[in-house]
Ligand binder design. Structure first.
Ligand code: NAD
Length: 441
């Protein structure tokens, strides 16, 4: 047996060592696989399932030449990582960010596999990215680069195979261009259901009611389920947010509706605070007009250090991965970290917080509302139906509450923290399906 095929009985550490020996120990993908395998070790998961989950099935890399408005040509690197599809078609967001790296995309694809399994959504996990800062492009350039990326991915995406969605730096407009390009290029029997190739589309072009706010709304449903067990209720809770984009701004507005108060916000432009509360709706309007939270008139500009040290009940990272590190954790004064972004807390920061009595609600539970309403959109497209906003909300609530209860029950049963419990609950589902289907051939 070759070096890359560990024999049955090898430990999690052996599998990780065999993955890629040149990885640095702080590598996000390695850390995440490590946690997933730790969770699998709490269950009776066969070795081959752990091996399969330790690497994505496919890692696709494309290069897209695009002519810019001034006549220059630029080459943009794109990724699509398809981690696992045992539960259904690959599913995951498409990120536009200048600093994006393959390992980050692999990590996010793995987390999507876990998320869909935890919520019992019939999808596998994928993630895509384009190395670009969309804020530096004109609308025409953004459209050309999106169309070129979609064409380059070609048959690697499709409504029955791999379904992208919005993520950091992409929105409903980008999804509409992706769907339109796919419909024009792909050999598809039905041009109507072909738009189910992506979710998060504009409402008028096959989008779903409630998709925009879905991730924030799902997070609020998780809190509804979890807060009472922590002896807390919404009214009067103070919170802070990292990121005021789609997820952050909807979370802020929906928590405000529940009677909570937003004390501080940090985004890529800087940080602001107001001990009396920042109006979430007005801040969303300010960000839409000015591109970031800085300059919002009804709050004071603060430093990043001050932001992390602001006393709140709920600390909600809703920006990028690994933003909350040990140094930040030592400053933080909160009761609960609610992970809206994917993998926002470093393992050391998480351990420190848990050791100091701070509860950490894991991302694969807290932000699964986004893919849940994406699934509803895909379903509506395939059935040529349009569900009312109230129906979407009600069905989202059912999924979120069921997932939250599963995590709590698994944590109690396995006597582990909520992150390991969320992974264990997901792996249990995947493992059951592998046990039924077997591993090909
Ligand atoms: P977005 O592009 O709408 O917003 C991103 C936010 O992050 C912006 O407010 C930006 O200012 C902030 N940010 C970027 N760099 C920063 C930095 N260095 N410091 C502070 N803030 C910074 O993205 P989004 O869709 O809101 O996604 C946010 C997170 O939620 C990501 O981790 C994403 O993967 C995750 N997520 C999104 C969805 C969804 O439905 N959009 C679903 C599940 C998970």
């Amino acid at each position: 047996m070759g070096k890359s095929m560990p024999a049955a009985g090898q430990t999690t550490a052996d599998i990780i060592r065999d993955l890629e020996t040149y990885y640095e120990p702080e590598n996000l993908y390695l850390r995440t696989v490590g946690l997933v395998l730790d969770a699998a070790d709490l269950l009776d998961v066969p070795h081959e399932v752990k091996l399969i989950l330790s690497q994505p099935k496919n890692e696709i890399m494309v290069h897209c030449p695009v002519r810019m408005d001034d006549g220059r040509w630029e080459l943009f690197k794109g990724y699509r990582v398809q981690h696992n599809n045992v539960l259904g078609p690959y599913k995951g967001g498409m990120r536009y960010h200048k600093e994006v790296k393959l390992d980050e995309v692999k990590t996010l694809a793995l987390l999507m596999t876990m998320k869909c399994a935890l919520a019992s959504i019939p999808y596998g996990g994928a993630k895509g990215a384009l190395k670009v800062d969309p804020r530096e492009l004109s609308e025409g350039e953004l459209m050309r680069v999106t169309r070129r990326l979609t064409a380059a991915l070609g048959g690697n995406i499709g409504p029955d195979y791999d379904i992208p969605a919005p993520d950091v730096g992409t929105d409903a407009r980008v999804m509409a261009w992706m769907a339109d390009t796919y419909i024009n290029f792909a050999e598809c029997s039905s041009k109507v259901t072909a738009r189910a190739v992506v979710t998060g589309k504009p409402l008028e072009f096959g989008g779903s009611h409630g998709r925009d706010k879905a991730t924030g709304q799902g997070l609020v449903y998780v809190l509804e389920e979890m807060l009472p067990g922590m002896g807390m209720e919404f009214a009067g809770l103070g919170f802070s947010l990292i990121g005021y984009g789609n997820v952050g701004s909807w979370t802020g507005r929906l928590l405000q509706q529940k009677g909570c108060r937003m004390h501080a916000v940090l985004d890529h432009t800087g940080a602001i605070a107001n001990p009396d509360g920042i109006d979430a709706g007005q801040l969303a309007a300010h960000v839409a007009a000015h591109g970031g939270v800085v300059g919002y008139p009804d709050a004071r500009a603060i430093s990043e250090e001050e932001f992390y040290a602001t006393e709140v009940d709920l600390f909600i990272p809703a920006a990028l991965e690994q933003m909350v590190n040990l140094e930040h954790a030592k400053r933080m004064r909160c009761k609960v970290v609610v992970e809206a972004a994917n993998a926002p807390t470093t393992p050391r920061a998480e351990q420190y917080l848990l050791d100091h009595g701070v509860e950490v609600l894991p991302a694969i539970l807290c932000n699964v509302g986004g893919v849940t309403v994406s699934y509803f959109e895909w379903k509506q497209n395939r059935l040529s139906e349009t569900w009312d906003a109230a129906v979407v909300d009600e069905r989202l609530k059912t999924v979120m509450c069921r997932a939250a209860r599963r995590v709590l029950e698994t944590a109690a049963h396995l006597k582990c923290n909520l992150r390991l419990a969320s992974f264990a609950a997901a792996i249990q589902h995947i493992n059951q399906v592998y046990a039924m289907r077997g591993v090909f051939p």
